[in-house]
Design a protein around this ligand. Structure first.
Ligand SMILES: Nc1ncnc2c1ncn2[C@@H]1O[C@H](COP(=O)(O)OP(=O)(O)OP(=O)(O)O)[C@@H](O)[C@H]1O
Length: 368
């Protein structure tokens, strides 16, 4: 079993609490991503799973086994570091063989295993090459091969693609996923890149300032963010501060906190009830979920506005629509003739009630 349980874990460095009250369960064979801005505690958590740090409080388990204070070499985890941490003066073969030799595997078996894993990462022809003579992408493959050679139960990847250019990054994303599926290995991937997290993961944990704010599939995180931090860290979003007027079965009636005329909206989708009874609230809606109506319409959540800016991005057109004192980002597909949307045009926009989400504001006031 290579599932991972993290129970009430805290890690302090002196007075800095790098991670607090963390509870996570990572399933056997899952591709799980830690996502968050720099300094949020992703690497610290990964290092506690690898055994390079021990938690200040709490328990780390692999399956049923308590691993909290087991040293790294006794954990059967393979790790790929951001800077690869390869031995530059050694050959590709020697780098990949290193972990096996430390584990006293016979030299005949070392040879077999190294060649097999080099084939998997498509580097068999480079076996005798010095690592310092390889490109960035090739070095990345050596680092992956070295981690996989020891047949770990768990693969830990700390921002493994951040030193590569955009094209190579795309290729290596696919390569890592192929290897992960091939080896069926529980994998934890650390990144601050939301596109990487959304496109690769089975599930994602979103961190900020040492706290995990949400765990979910990419679609859950994108469509049902737990709060304004998660909503705005992943993709573009409109966040509008509101007060709740009344709740009637599925419908929640809200009014925008707005300096001008009161704007009333009906919302269907919301975070759990407890969250809604405390603190500041906002409604969120993605730019692609807003509809621009070509004819004058009245109805629920239909508002009159004016196009304040148009940005042409090729397949989509990005509009800024001003509704009284509120600005909304709206994405429309580029299916109209050129000039259909222009600055100063009067428009009606619809904010579909199922796409509007009421959520708590945890990171201070939201700007309209
Ligand atoms: N060895 C250490 N000693 C003291 N403070 C540390 C140590 N390692 C991490 N920290 C602090 O703990 C917090 C979390 O750091 P961590 O490296 O886990 O963040 P991260 O999310 O991985 O960031 P990045 O993406 O920049 O690597 C930061 O405030 C950092 O300064």
């Amino acid at each position: 079993m290579a599932s991972i349980q993290i129970e009430n874990v805290q890690k302090a460095f002196g007075k800095t609490i790098a991670i607090d009250q963390l509870n996570l369960e990572i399933k056997d064979g899952e591709f799980f991503t830690f996502l968050g801005p720099s300094g949020c505690g992703k690497t610290t958590t990964l290092r506690m799973i690898a055994g390079f740090y021990y938690p200040t409080k709490g328990v780390v388990r692999f399956g049923e086994k308590d691993m909290t204070r087991v040293p790294p070499e006794k954990r059967n985890t393979g790790m790929v570091f951001q800077n690869y941490a390869l031995f530059p003066h050694m050959t590709v073969f020697e780098n990949v063989a290193f972990g096996l030799k430390v584990r006293k595997v016979s030299s005949a078996d070392v040879k077999l295993k190294v060649l097999e894993v080099l084939r998997k990462v498509r580097l068999e022809k480079y076996s005798d090459r010095q690592v310092s003579q390889l490109s960035g992408g090739q070095q990345q493959r050596v680092a992956l091969a070295r981690a996989l050679a020891i047949e770990p139960e768990i693969l830990l990847l700390d921002e493994p693609l951040s030193n590569l250019d955009a094209k190579l990054r795309d290729e290596m994303r696919a390569e890592i996923l192929r290897l992960q599926r091939d080896y069926k290995i529980t994998t934890i991937y650390v990144t601050h890149d939301q596109a990487e997290a959304l496109s690769m993961s089975d599930r994602i944990a979103v961190f900020n300032y040492g706290v995990c704010h949400q765990v979910g599939t990419p679609a859950e995180i994108y469509n049902q963010p737990a709060n304004d931090f998660v909503a705005s860290f992943i993709g573009e979003i409109n966040l509008l501060p509101v007060q709740v007027d009344h709740v009637e079965q599925e419908d929640i009636a809200v009014t925008l906190k707005n300096d001008g005329e009161p704007v009333k909206l009906i919302v269907h989708n919301h975070t759990n009830e407890d969250e809604l009874n405390k603190g500041n609230l906002a409604v969120s809606i993605r730019p692609e979920a807003i509809r621009i109506l070509d004819t004058v319409e009245t109805g629920t959540n239909v508002l009159k506005g004016k196009i304040a800016a148009v940005q042409f991005l090729g397949s989509i057109v990005n509009l800024m629509v001003q509704i009284d004192h509120v600005s909304l980002k709206v994405d429309v597909l580029n299916t109209h003739e050129f000039g259909h949307y222009y600055q100063g045009k009067d428009v009606y926009v619809e904010l579909p009630e199922k796409q509007l989400r009421l959520l708590p504001v945890i990171s201070g006031e939201v700007n309209v």
